[in-house]
Design a protein around this ligand. Structure first.
Ligand SMILES: [Zn+2]
Length: 275
């Protein structure tokens, strides 16, 4: 009985999602419409919902409602500025001292408690969220699946046992902490969009610059602590300089948020998970 009602609920959710996303149905991909993507948005959200369930079983997620509420407020504020604002997005916290964050298809962004501990203010956390959400908006994950010629992703998840590619991706996410190693162009795109989304959401985009500088310097001082993040998002001095130059071109805007009243409490709530 339980399975049937779950399936019915999921069907209803997908029907709502399909109508919510109908405006995007003809786009071949996210904001980078020229890229090849065979996965429909509906299939992508279906894949994300399945991965989310399996990841929740495999990783230790933080269930603290106040911490999740803060992260989701920040995340929703950022994705509201994107081309996929109408899609349902969800932001998760992984109890793991490794400094890492990753996105999976279908609007899910994960941030480790170790990364939160490494941030100095709300804008730095927003910078990481904006970068990861930009990979999602650009649909880099499903572009990668499309290049691998994995056809009919939705149907293969509904019927029978999980396909091999799914099992491999899940193992990569839960074991290595990333969905895919994106290429240099994808990283550049996520940096560029991330700055715009942050700025439009009212966060100081310099937060992305100072956060990436922090990660780069930790790579020199404690390489092991940021290894996973760098293996999927190879930050370079050049990328940081590009973001800085992009920010300088933005019109001045008063009251950009560097920090907010809740950030310190949020970081404090999560500190216990890193011991
Ligand atoms: Zn990246």
């Amino acid at each position: 009985m339980h399975a049937i009602s779950n399936r019915r609920l999921r069907g209803a959710f997908l029907a709502v999602l399909a109508s919510a996303l109908v405006g995007y149905a003809c786009a071949s991909s996210g904001v980078n419409k020229g890229q090849f993507n065979m996965v429909s948005l509906q299939e992508e959200w279906q894949l994300g919902a399945q991965l989310e369930q399996d990841i929740a079983r495999e990783l230790t997620l933080v269930r603290d409602p106040a911490a999740l509420a803060y992260l989701n407020r920040m995340g929703q504020r950022i994705v509201a500025q994107t081309e996929l604002a109408q899609a349902p997005w969800e932001f998760h916290i992984v109890a793991d001292p490794q400094i890492n964050a990753f996105n999976i298809p279908g609007g899910h962004v994960y941030v480790n408690t170790g990364l939160v501990a490494a941030t100095d203010n709300a804008a730095e956390l927003a910078g990481v969220i904006a970068h990861e959400a930009s990979h999602g908006v650009s649909r880099h994950g499903t572009e990668m699946l499309s290049r691998a010629q994995l056809v009919n992703i939705g149907a293969s998840l509904v019927l029978g046992p999980r396909p091999a590619w799914y099992t491999q991706i899940l193992a990569q996410v839960v074991g290595a902490g990333y969905f895919a190693k994106y290429g240099r162009d994808a990283e550049r795109e996520a940096d560029h969009l991330g700055v715009i989304y942050m700025y439009n959401a009212g966060y100081d985009p310099h937060g992305m610059v100072t956060m990436f500088q922090e990660l780069l310097s930790r790579r020199k001082s404690q390489p092991g602590s940021v290894e996973t993040f760098f293996s999927s998002h190879p930050i370079t001095e050049e990328r940081i300089q590009n973001s800085r130059a992009q920010i300088e071109q933005l019109p001045p805007r008063a009251n950009l948020i560097t920090n907010d009243a809740e950030f310190a409490g949020f970081r404090q709530r999560l500190a216990g998970y890193n011991r």
